[in-house]
Design a protein around this ligand. Sequence first.
Ligand code: HPA
Length: 273
Amino acid sequence: MSEIMRQLEETVAYIRGLVSEEATTGIILGSGLGNLSNDIAVEKEVSYNDIPHFPVSTVLGHKGRLIFGELGGKKVWVMAGRFHYYEGYTAQQVAYPVRVMKLLGVKTLLLSNAAGGVNLDFKIGDLMIINDHISLFTTNPLLGKNEEKLGTRFPDMSEPYSKALISKAKQIGAENNIVLKQGVYTGVTGPTFETRAEYKLIHTLGGDAVGMSTVQETIAAVHCGIEVFAISVITDIGIREEENTITHEEVLQAAKDAEPKLTLLFTELVKSL
Ligand code: HPA
């Protein structure tokens, strides 16, 4: 057995020792967006530190817990806090929990993140459904020997984000007066926010938002056949001529302010699955 499968099986065996119930939906919550976990009827919660082969999250605003519970009447696996490439993990480590979810039986993955807006129509607090991505300066999590048990060597990436889930989300948005933008998420390594020239470049390349997560998780999910829905909270506008400084604190605050809309959307989406 390959090293990656051996590790995954040990991780899953540990988790299965705590939770024997099944859930087909997984959720990964982004920076400042961990409070959705308060709406979950938690049945089991485990710190990442205690899970064999799980990396440990270090960034401010991330809680670092794997939760099993109920949301919108459905059982869910939730990762409150994710791993970022900028923390020093490899792309494979960043994607590891997605593969764990696959082996736990997850079929649909909902992702949230905080992102900088580069679409001139966006404002802080907007929610943007990710309908495609550009992996700009990020490393692909599938580099290295392919694990055929997980997926094919050269996965198609023509529709990483499920059209069916996007259309469901739009319907939920319309029914609940939640304005939803749509656009292309550009994944970068961070941890620096972009220079003015980089924000302009991303805009020129066709990006609508830019962030430091999600792309690697999505690639790993598509590789192993998990359906993905992802959404960005626009926490800053990167493309202003003047006063274009951006701080982590304002990103977290803007994420927190927009969180109730996102929580409602995710809850309704899970209900509809
Ligand atoms: N750039 C990159 N990542 C981000 C940003 C940004 O402006 N805002 C939140 N995450």
